[in-house]
Design a protein around this ligand. Sequence first.
Ligand code: IMP
Ligand code: MG
Length: 173
Amino acid sequence: MAQPGRVIISQAELQERIAELGAELSRDLGHDRPILVGVLQGAFLFMADLIRAMSIDLTTDFIGVASYAGGKTSGQVRIVSDLSMSIEGRHVVVVEDIVDTGLTLSYLKRALEARHPRTLRVCVLVDKIERRKVDVAVDYVGFTIPNVFVVGYGFDHEGLYRNLPYLACLDGV
Ligand code: IMP
Ligand code: MG
């Protein structure tokens, strides 16, 4: 049975790196009053910690995309829950849990660019660079990890383990 195994990024390491990312975003976005767009569900914990590490005025919104089933990427991406506000003319930061093949993020970036934000940046917690299938630019990366399936801190396997406060490898898959 698949279950969380070795911890690959501890709670303390997550918090330390997220504090740095928050400071960097705050510097870069100064008085821009950005909209931070969290990608559901995986990024909800990262988003909550990241915005609390930011010292500037900001707005939050969420978008839900479906791209993944049972640990395999389907290559099919669709918006299942849309933003609640217009992003036209605004500075937008997409807050995403992980870039794996890059398919989800490249689709999402195209979909959001079409709404004419003033700027569009991407901040991801975890980059699995070895797995990339499409080239997609990421502006802020928390951690780069090898090709292992991770759970915890918002990341799930079949809907489970999002509530772990750290990132662990999934054993038994
Ligand atoms: P991509 O489209 O292949 O880049 O995959 C992006 C999505 O796949 C992420 O937003 C996650 O929801 C999911 N995903 C990819 N790798 C993992 C993992 O190791 N653990 C949990 N979810 C993952
Ligand atoms: Mg995601």
